[in-house]
Design a protein around this ligand. Structure first.
Ligand code: URA
Length: 189
């Protein structure tokens, strides 16, 4: 992948991508949304139906729940950047295949290189296992920070999981509050 360029150029390449089978079945490429200079970036798994139809990540039921957590801790969605590991929707929302993640991951790497966030928060197990460590266990490791050099990473429960397991929302709120505290620290540096 080219090592220079802007988010717009990357988006154009991503829209035309045929590196895996999902490019052919997508409605829209769900590239990412938000502040191109964000210090805080969230990375989910893959677009669902509403995201595929709109071209924007986290706008369906899970996204609306995620927005409520952002609001509850005082983070404005427009000041952060939100993306997924996969930019195209897997049919019937099945889990991404390893080869689809492999094919798509360079786009996320480029997004990180251009945006240069200081904090990257994985939304859910799949993103955490791919981006933080294959041994990541979301129930054990959520909310913990991992130093990755230029940035720090942590993971929280996926909002879709919280829709199915509402009793975990309290833990999510604790995690989101400490993410906001770390984000404030970084902004004031
Ligand atoms: N789930 C994700 O992981 N990403 C989205 O954009 C929507 C739902």
């Amino acid at each position: 992948m080219e090592q220079n360029g802007t988010l717009e150029e990357l988006y154009a390449r991503c829209k035309a991508c045929d590196k895996c089978q999902l490019g052919a079945t997508k409605t829209n490429c769900v590239f990412g949304v938000g502040n191109p200079n964000a210090d805080l970036m969230f990375v989910g798994e893959a677009p669902g139906e509403q995201e595929d139809l709109s071209g924007t990540p986290f706008v369906g039921r899970a996204g609306q729940l995620f927005d409520r957590f952002l609001y509850a801790v005082g983070i404005d969605r427009s000041e952060v950047y939100i993306a997924n590991i996969l930019k195209c929707r897997p049919p019937k929302n099945r889990d991404p295949l390893p080869e689809e993640e492999d094919a798509c991951l360079d786009y996320l790497r480029e997004q990180v290189r251009i945006i240069k966030p200081k904090l990257i928060v994985c939304l859910g197990r799949i993103s955490a296992m791919r981006l933080i460590s294959p041994d990541f266990r979301i129930t054990r490791d959520h909310g913990k920070w991992f130093d990755k050099g230029a940035f720090s990473m942590c993971a929280v429960y996926h909002p879709s999981y919280l829709l199915r397991s509402p009793s975990k929302k309290e833990e999510m709120l604790v995690d989101m509050k400490q993410i906001k505290a770390k984000y404030d620290e970084i902004k004031n540096q």
